[in-house]
Design a protein around this ligand. Structure first.
Ligand code: SF4
Length: 356
């Protein structure tokens, strides 16, 4: 199995674990939102965990399930409680007002502000105060095979993460080997970065899917777990960096809007070989043509083995309306919505036993 393949499956399992069990070795107090493959122009993180104020996260839902980009945030966060001309109500953006006007229209189309016309002027009013929902951002780099050379290769990126202080905490997640992490390896990583040893449950390993009997035999104890090998230190932001909070909120909004199951938006669930396999509690993409879990990069329009799902799948005998491709997308969306409702409502003990 290629390293890329192993890393993709591992990444999904880490996301699934974080959604159910973050923070490691502590009881959960915050609501948690998990996303994957997010970051800035300079740096993309494998897994992003947002620790959120539960009431704030519930209030954020009033602005819809989609992310608010930086222009929309400027409008929504500053929209007044009473009607006002948008140029009076919003702070000078530092770029031409015509872009703000376009953002006001987009915001109105999405019902995240109200607008009305008075003569030539567009007035705006907020639908609700934009809540203070984000507490902390945690960045996780996934490296299932963390050996000394992988640690050296990662060190520069992780140093940048610590220096940029966009995340409050930085971790490397690696697959537990049963032994302690080598001291030499710790020397290669910045001391501020935490190390998480993830024990992938037998039923959640890459490879041929487990059958129903295997899964039943695996039972509730068969789940991915993680132990802290090294605790991170909180990174120290540059107090003079005025744009940091804005950049963090833009990142958090992207994480909120995309989650970690959105791989179906870039992969090809409309391919006849695309399957979702339940491995333990996680659903992991599986390519029947390759006979293994595929990476997001290889499961694209350029894949030589891509074959569209036969039209008959959409019309006859398939239990999910629209054929498996559409059914898979709906399934992943429904699961994301269900998790969001649960995070907003507060988790109950029963919900933590649901399968991904
Ligand atoms: S054949 Fe290619 S496009 Fe189809 S599921 Fe496999 S990797 Fe994805």
């Amino acid at each position: 199995m290629s390293p890329g393949t192993a890393e993709f499956g591992f990444e999904l399992l880490v996301c699934r674990w974080a959604e159910a069990s973050w923070p490691p070795e502590e009881p959960r107090e915050d609501a948690v939102v998990v996303a994957r493959q997010l970051g800035t122009r300079e740096r993309r993180w494998d897994t992003v965990v947002l620790e959120c104020d539960p009431a704030g996260l519930a209030a954020r839902a009033q602005f819809g399930e989609r992310e608010l980009d930086s222009d929309l945030l400027h409008v929504v966060r500053n929209a007044p409680a009473e009607w006002a001309w948008y140029r009076d109500a919003l702070p000078d953006p530092g770029y031409p007002w015509r872009y703000v006007r376009a953002a006001v229209h987009r915001a109105a189309d999405r019902d995240v502000v109200q607008t009305r016309r008075r003569g030539n002027r567009i007035q705006i009013r907020r639908v609700a105060p934009y809540p203070d929902w984000l507490r902390r951002i945690v960045a996780v780099e996934n490296k299932p095979d963390l050996d000394a050379s992988a640690a050296r290769a990662l060190a520069g990126q992780l140093e940048h993460d610590v220096e940029s202080a966009l995340a409050d905490e930085v971790w490397v997640a690696t697959e537990a080997t049963g032994g302690r992490v080598e001291p030499a390896l710790l020397e290669d990583l910045p001391v501020e970065v935490g190390i998480l040893a993830v024990s992938v449950a037998a039923g959640e390993r890459d490879g041929p899917p487990t059958d129903a009997a295997d899964r039943a035999a695996a039972g509730a104890a068969d789940r991915t777990a993680a132990d802290v090998e090294w605790y991170p230190s909180a990174v120290t932001p540059d107090a003079t960096d005025a744009g940091r909070e804005r950049r963090r909120l833009v990142l958090a909004e992207r994480a909120y809007g995309r989650g970690w199951r959105s791989y179906h938006e870039t992969m090809r669930p409309d391919c006849r070989h695309f399957e979702l396999h339940r491995q333990g509690r996680a659903l992991v993409p599986y390519c029947a043509a390759k006979g293994r879990p595929q990476t997001a990069a290889e499961c694209a329009g350029s894949c030589a083995e891509f074959e569209p799902e036969p039209p008959a799948w959409r019309t006859r005998g398939w239990p999910i309306e629209g054929g498996p491709g559409k059914g898979i997308k709906r399934l992943l969306r429904r699961r994301r919505e269900w998790i969001r409702r649960r995070e907003r409502a507060g988790r109950d003990s029963e919900s933590t036993h649901r399968t991904d």
